[in-house]
Design a protein around this ligand. Structure first.
Ligand code: ADP
Length: 400
């Protein structure tokens, strides 16, 4: 069964074609700079195999429709990968915000698309791009099943006392203001991998999963279900991210309006694009931050301290949420590749039975690795996330 996974962002479309009989990747790539003067498609066919082949094509990509056409043309250019488009059994679409309406991956119908549209105010930048991607895929692959996999779905098990903000209740009832959480596909994927590796059934395991990439979030998972997470109504709350602030005092908004002559739009931009690691030291890539620290940059050092302190603080909070914790999992760009961030995020937690093995920790994680010391009561794992595979698995399970 061949499944095409599509992840449409505001100016890019990532794609991956998988053969779900053996979960192998037939092609993976992206179209980026959609709507800019020069767009580009990059694709790797059968990555890692002897006959791996890379394709790059630059041209103007006016919109998502044009981008999807480029992807289809590119996939069709290798007859070993797909002989004809009816070869693709299903297209899985990452959809950022499912609101309270979707707890599971869902087969796309006209009715459910109306519900996705209704949720646009909750994710004004992302959901419209996702909807475009779905519409074009329906035209280009009329025989394939189309399935939506929501970033928010895994967190729909969070109890009311954890997802409510202490705001007037009518804002929840009328505007649906509450914590939803994101990165759900990734948290769910590494949680089930970790349960398998620890050797416990997923529905009996308690985990803290820590996704540290450009966006960062943590999930408290009890008996295999999400019971709390750090991202909120939007992907801005919680941990310190590349350019996003994470938690701030909400009164800072009013202060900026009154004292710095800023509009709501300016503040939105400030908190999402100019804050986080970048706001603190001018750099948002953790590799650059380490290089700057080596060169004696004190602000870069501060940025690392602020991020890892916030991680530690939330680990403590989620230990309190869960009581018993079987494992802590690090994943995504920083979580998989950065021993220093992992070590600093867990510093001083020995009293909770959390002890890294400093030698094993000192590596980039390319496949699941147990990073905890023998005596650690809580197992610590580095597990690469694979959102495309996770989406393809979800799609397969819906179709079956
Ligand atoms: P996204 O959230 O965009 O999917 P990723 O999970 O790919 O992001 O993470 C990207 C981030 O991972 C980069 O911005 C960088 O900070 C970090 N990163 C990637 N490689 C390394 C590395 N070798 N060491 C430290 N950080 C890394």
């Amino acid at each position: 069964m061949k499944i095409l996974v599509i992840n449409s962002g505001s100016s890019s479309i990532k794609f991956q074609l998988l053969d779900m009989n053996d979960e192998s990747i037939l092609a993976t790539g992206l179209v980026e700079r959609i709507g800019e003067p020069q767009g580009v498609l990059k694709c790797v066919f059968t990555p890692g195999a002897d006959d791996e082949k890379e394709v790059e094509e630059k041209r103007i990509v006016t919109d998502h429709r044009a981008g999807m056409h480029m992807i289809v043309e590119c996939l069709g250019s290798d007859s070993d990968v797909i002989s004809d488009y009816t070869d693709i059994a299903a297209v899985g679409h990452r959809v950022v915000h499912g609101g309270e309406d979707f707890q599971q991956p869902t087969i796309i119908t006209d009715e459910m698309m109306e519900v996705v549209k209704k949720n646009i105010p909750l994710a004004p930048l992302h959901n419209p791009a996702n909807i475009d991607g779905i519409r074009v895929a329906q035209e280009l692959f009329p025989t394939a099943s189309q399935v939506a996999v929501f970033d928010t779905a895994f967190h729909q098990t969070i109890p009311a006392y954890a997802y409510h903000y202490a705001l007037p209740y009518n804002l929840y009832e009328q505007q649906h203001i509450r914590r939803y959480g994101f990165h759900g596909t990734s948290h769910k994927f590494v949680a089930s991998e970790c349960a398998r590796l620890i050797g416990k059934p997923l529905n009996k395991i308690n985990l803290i999963t820590i996704h540290l990439g450009n966006g960062c979030s943590m999930a408290a998972i009890k008996n295999g279900e999400s019971v709390d997470t750090t991202l909120g109504m939007t992907p801005l709350e919680g941990l310190v991210m590349g350019t996003r602030s994470g938690d701030v005092d909400p009164a800072i908004h009013a202060f900026l309006v009154r004292n710095c002559n800023m509009s709501i739009g300016d503040i939105d931009n400030l908190l999402n694009k100019e804050s986080g690691l970048k706001g603190l030291c001018g750099l948002n890539d953790m590799r650059d931050i380490h290089a700057a620290i080596e060169a004696g940059d004190k602000r870069a050092e501060l940025a690392l301290e602020v991020q890892t302190y916030r991680n530690r603080k939330y680990i403590g909070a989620f230990m309190a949420v869960l009581g018993r914790v079987d494992g802590i999992v690090f994943t995504a760009g920083i979580g998989e590749n950065d021993p220093i961030v992992r070590q600093k995020s867990l510093e001083g937690l020995g009293c909770f039975g959390i002890e890294l093995d400093p030698v094993v920790n000192n590596q980039r994680v390319k496949e699941p690795v147990r990073l905890s010391a023998e005596k650690s009561k809580v197992q610590i794992w580095g597990i690469p996330t694979n959102e495309e595979l996770a989406i393809a698995r979800e799609v397969k399970s819906v179709l079956e």
